[in-house]
Design a protein around this ligand. Structure first.
Ligand SMILES: [Zn+2]
Length: 105
């Protein structure tokens, strides 16, 4: 459905918009179980964002529309990517496989 569209359209403006994003309301990282607060323009915290495959991150940028976090109307394509990310996390980082935080430090 979303194949073939111009995916790099306005990426620079989007990046600038997101990097300017402030913590305007309660909004946590979308990684399951992560409670870290991130600006609504961001998908999640830096640590979890970097765990995502480059292809998924690219698709987030491609489908993100500046301002969607304010009007609450992300595109259908963005929601598709968001769901794909949750599926990827469930398949590659199941909660049971995560090491106990306390054991690491
Ligand atoms: Zn996180």
């Amino acid at each position: 459905m979303s194949a073939g569209g111009p995916i790099d359209d306005g990426i620079g403006r989007k990046v600038a918009h997101v990097l300017r994003g402030r913590q305007t309301r309660d909004h946590a990282c979308h990684w399951p179980g992560c409670k870290r607060q991130v600006p609504p323009a961001l998908w999640g915290c830096a640590k979890h964002w970097r765990l995502l495959p480059p292809e998924l991150r690219r698709r987030v940028w491609a489908t993100y529309r500046p301002g969607q976090e304010s009007d609450g109307r992300p595109s259908r394509d963005y929601l598709e990517v968001a769901r794909a990310i949750q599926e990827w996390i469930a398949a590659n980082h199941p909660p049971a496989a995560a090491p106990a935080q306390g054991a690491l430090f």
